[in-house]
Design a protein around this ligand. Structure first.
Ligand code: TRP
Ligand code: SF4
Length: 326
């Protein structure tokens, strides 16, 4: 039997190349090796955005299209919306009974976000329970492994602690302890050289048109020491060069040489990248057009995912209740 994985993403808007290279391509690859459950974590989105929920529905649609374009395959994986499988909420409640408050209060992501997020009031019961909800997500499917970024490791550790406490309290090994499958931090910077992130306004989105992609490439930061074309360049630290390394692998070593010897100028280098990048994004844009034209298909896929996830979730929840004698 294949091992199981679960992972999720909050529907916080359209995805960018960093998501594609760092996370989604990995998720897509895992589909052949594991039984996969991938959820759109809309309840998690509520923990921070409960005051303004106006964009959640649209973001879910957008995210699903991005997932499908990048190769998440409803024939292989359950692709579903967290809130459409009510067992997530029920297991979250049951687990909340056994999780000691200090475990949550000392969670580094919790402390960090309380300090950082100032424009929203997140001093709520729901936000404190964020990692319990995440544990419920994972445990409902008895996932053996969870593909996550490094920032999520404390949540996974907490999930394992909850597993040990649950299995010990109710004297039954209902849950396995899930381990991480680390997703590598993508080597792609944003167009200004910082980490690619929506809040920095430096992203290339999977949904950007070719024209927009070209404009963004032309705005990319290059070697600041290179003022004239005859100045020798320093490719390390240059955003364009980092992109060449991913989207133009065949030519990257030549470009490096030509940059170091000032044989190629930055504008030409950007033009070369434009063509490569646009070419590699073209099939995605084609697929996007197809999916966007078929809202019924997306709906069917999500229904299918809800059914598949729901079946597994119901079985687990029943065992949980039996173990807890309720
Ligand atoms: N907290 C995760 C994030 O912000 C998203 C998430 C929700 C998740 N449920 C999950 C990740 C379950 C892994 C497993 O990225
Ligand atoms: Fe960067 Fe290319 Fe200019 Fe070199 S030539 S600094 S790699 S944009």
């Amino acid at each position: 039997m294949k091992k199981r994985i679960l992972s999720g993403m909050r529907p916080s808007g359209k995805l960018h190349l960093g998501h594609a290279e760092g996370v989604l391509k990995y998720w897509a690859k895992l589909q052949d090796e594991y039984e996969c459950y991938y959820e759109i974590a809309d309840l998690h989105a509520l923990t921070t955005d409960y005051q303004d929920t106006s964009e959640i529905k649209e973001n879910i649609q957008e995210m699903m299209v991005d997932w499908l374009c990048l190769g998440l395959d409803p024939k292989k994986s359950a692709l579903f919306i967290q809130s459409e499988v009510p067992e997530h909420s029920e297991l979250h409640l049951l687990l909340s009974m056994i999780v000691p408050l200090p475990w949550l209060e000392r969670c580094p992501t919790y402390k960090e976000q309380l300090k950082q997020i100032k424009d929203k009031d997140i001093s709520t019961y729901g936000f404190l329970g964020y990692p319990v909800l995440q544990a419920a997500d994972i445990l409902l499917y008895r996932a053996n492994a969870v593909p996550v970024g490094e920032d999520q490791l404390p949540h996974l550790e907490l999930t394992r602690e909850i597993v040990r406490r649950f299995n010990h309290l109710y004297k039954k090994k209902v849950f396995p302890e899930p381990g991480p499958l680390l997703t590598k931090t993508p080597k792609i910077p944003g167009i200004d050289g910082r980490k690619m992130s929506k809040s920095y306004h430096n992203c290339i989105y999977l949904s950007d048109s070719k024209k927009v992609v070209r404009e963004k490439v032309m705005q990319m930061f290059t070697d600041p020491k290179r003022i004239h074309k005859k100045d020798k360049g320093h490719p390390e630290g240059c955003v364009v060069f980092a992109f060449q390394g991913i989207y133009n692998k065949e030519r990257v070593s030549t470009i490096k040489k030509d940059c170091l010897s000032a044989k190629i100028g930055c504008t030409d280098c950007k033009k070369i990248l434009c063509e490569k990048l646009v070419k590699s994004l073209e099939p995605l844009l084609e697929k996007r057009k197809e999916f966007v034209a078929q809202p019924k298909l997306i709906k069917d896929i999500l229904n299918e995912g809800r059914k598949k996830a729901g079946e597994t979730a119901r079985m687990t929840l029943q065992e949980v209740k039996e173990a807890m004698k309720i």
